[in-house]
Design a protein around this ligand. Structure first.
Ligand SMILES: [Zn+2]
Length: 331
């Protein structure tokens, strides 16, 4: 709280705040002192002093003095708490995208400081450090994002609004490996994969955007579609750079439009085979819709029980996977 207040006062230097609110002042003696008519009581001779260096005011007429929050209390007739809230509301909402960039960069820095995160990536078969860097993969150890972003001038409520922290100030992505999802080079969301027992998948409460890395993948006339980012990562690592990811079983209308934006394209669907066949049904449905949009759809069958990630982890090679692709006839 104390730290938040300091940040709030740094955000609104008292002199700037008063001037924005039409307080007219002249320099009084020392370089940091200003004097003008008191905004808190009627007067004709200036007796309201502001020390710009100390961020404090004092009025010799009415005897009031203090910092910006005290000034808000007196001028707006608000309680201390209400005054703090009043000021916080006046902080312009930061550009959400810059905030996500800063968050992703911070998490990326944490990755190599936390062996448990690197260990998790290795467990999932991801070991190419250049690719880990290229994908911008990071790690949220938990507990320190708030401090970092507040020190950078972001107000608490912005982090809360973006879903980066919870009401207690803790990282929403605590103990998760982070993938930034970009669209036209801008981060549109963050995906977090729990490395512990917590619910495995998490996104920020905003749209997931289009297909993952579509700017890079759309130039291929044969495209591989997978469900998850670890599937995508191991396929890129194995050289299948024409892989994109829907971040789930079902495509959004925007993602479907992307896949079908090039007539004559071939799409290889490598969706998870779950026991209740939901994944397979989704694949069949999607294949039919793609065919209707003049896209040649192929449903790829991996050995039972495997998704691309587990298939490579079980020792499959790029040649094995290529054989699966070749064995998938057009629907
Ligand atoms: Zn006064």
């Amino acid at each position: 709280m104390r730290q938040d207040l300091e940040q709030l006062k740094q955000h609104f230097p008292l002199l700037d705040y008063l001037r924005h609110n039409y307080w007219k002042a002249r320099r009084a003696g020392t370089s940091a002192e200003f004097v003008g008519l008191c905004p808190l009581h009627r007067e004709t001779q200036p007796s309201f002093y502001v020390n710009a260096r100390k961020n404090l005011f004092y009025c010799h007429g009415c005897g009031h003095g203090g910092d910006l929050i005290r000034f808000i209390e007196l001028s707006q007739r608000l309680s201390f708490r209400q005054s703090v809230a009043y000021l916080q509301e006046q902080i312009p909402a930061p550009d959400g995208n810059v905030l996500l960039e800063k968050t992703a960069a911070f998490y990326q820095l944490q990755l190599h400081r936390h062996p448990e995160a690197i260990h998790y990536l290795e467990q999932r078969g991801l070991h190419d450090s250049a690719l880990i860097e290229e994908l911008g993969i990071g790690y949220a150890p938990g507990g320190n994002l708030r401090r970092y972003l507040l020190a950078d001038g972001y107000p608490f409520h912005s982090l809360l609004d973006q879903g980066l922290i919870n009401h207690q100030g803790r990282d929403s992505f605590c103990r998760r490996v982070i993938f930034p999802c970009r669209q036209r080079s801008q981060i549109v969301n963050l995906y977090g994969r729990s490395i512990g027992a917590a619910f495995p998948h998490r996104f920020l409460p905003r749209g997931k955007g289009g297909l993952f890395a579509w700017e890079l993948v759309s130039r291929f006339c044969a495209v591989i579609l997978v469900e998850g980012l670890f599937d995508l990562a191991v396929l890129w690592q194995a050289g299948f750079r024409n892989t994109t990811c829907a971040l789930g079983t079902h495509l959004t209308p925007a993602q479907f439009d992307q896949l079908s934006d090039l007539p004559g394209r071939s799409v290889y669907l490598v969706l998870d085979r779950d026991e209740n066949q939901a994944g397979q049904q989704a694949a069949q449905q999607l294949a039919r819709r793609l065919e209707n949009a003049a896209v040649a759809a192929h449903i790829v069958h991996l050995p039972p029980g495997h998704d691309p990630n587990s298939y490579f982890l079980a020792g499959a090679t790029a040649a094995d996977f290529a054989a699966c692709l070749q064995g998938a006839p057009p629907c």
